[in-house]
Design a protein around this ligand. Structure first.
Ligand code: DO4
Ligand code: MG
Length: 288
């Protein structure tokens, strides 16, 4: 079951609607049934049952091609876990002699690395440009499974996240991590939220990254969600320790795909992330 935020392209209106995506071809407008915010669904006792009941009503349907999908986040803060895949730990130890032992230790430690990534209103949606910093020389996308958590810390869904990162800034000094990770257009989410998949099912999904330059593929990579070292509930539990999220939160689960060290993104590259079980998130790259 896939839910989304969208605008009606045909009507050129600014109003934001909440929708149910049917067979990747049409969208049922749930806002016509009074669902004006994602949290009305995500905070429900049983979001899948609620959407199932709404789907039985006679509600307007639009072609998917006639809507502009928006980032599936309303008021939730976006956070990110790091060094959850062996590949991420190794690549980061290589990028920085200075911080190598920190990455090594955090991979094995009981407490995971979790950092603040973005306010909801700064998140980029499907088709919108993601940013590379003008003061960075080594920039990469990080394709990540994103957990959608309600205000009680319960995992209610999943979406695709891109944790855009400046590897030279991060590698120079670990204390520069917030500048390497949190800047204009550094976080993309979409295309929608998949509800109701248990962790065991999500662990069977694959994550693929394809980067195109001038219409040609310049990088492809693939990993499996099963390679994430920590359980999703463990990550969610640490995020909610001594914290409150009145609107819930989004938690990116770390990257397992890192291009070779000679690779950096260019302006106008196209980043395509596919997670089987969710869909495709695609964004062009712009210098910010
Ligand atoms: O500590 C650096 C960031 C790690 C990260 O973002 C990841 O592993 O995905
Ligand atoms: Mg990351």
């Amino acid at each position: 079951m896939k839910i989304c935020r969208f605008k009606n392209k045909e009507k050129h209106e600014h109003a934001i609607h909440i929708g149910l995506v049917n067979d990747d071809s049409t969208v049922t407008d749930l806002t016509a049934a009074g669902i004006d915010k994602l949290t009305r669904l995500l905070e429900a006792e049983d979001p899948v049952a609620l959407v199932g009941q709404l789907a039985k009503l006679k509600l307007p349907r639009l072609p998917l091609a006639g809507v502009q999908l928006l980032a599936p986040v309303g008021w939730q803060e976006v956070w990110a876990a790091g060094v959850t895949y062996m590949r991420s730990m190794k690549a980061r130890m290589e990028e920085s002699e200075f911080s190598a032992s920190a990455y090594d230790k955090v991979y094995a430690a009981e407490r995971p690395e979790i950092f603040f990534k973005s306010l909801a209103q700064k998140v980029v949606g499907p088709g919108e440009p993601v940013g590379i910093r003008r003061d960075a020389k080594w920039n990469v996308p990080e394709p990540e499974l994103a957990l959608v958590l309600n205000s009680h810390g319960k995992i209610v869904g999943y979406t695709i996240g891109n944790d855009m990162s400046s590897r030279d800034i991060e590698g120079e000094n670990l204390l520069y991590l917030p500048q390497a990770k949190t800047y204009h257009r550094s976080c993309a989410l979409g295309p929608w939220i998949v509800l109701g998949a248990p962790e065991a099912q999500a662990r069977e999904w694959t994550i693929k990254l394809n980067i195109e330059r001038d219409g040609k593929s310049v990088f492809t990579g693939e990993t499996s969600v099963s390679q994430i070292k920590r359980r999703f509930e463990e990550l969610a539990e640490f995020l909610f320790r001594s914290q409150v999220f009145p609107y819930g939160a989004i938690l990116l689960t770390g990257t397992g795909i890192i291009p070779e060290d000679s690779f950096t993104l260019n302006e106008r590259d196209m980043v395509r992330i596919e997670i089987s079980g969710i869909g495709v998130l695609q964004n062009p790259v712009a210098v910010v």
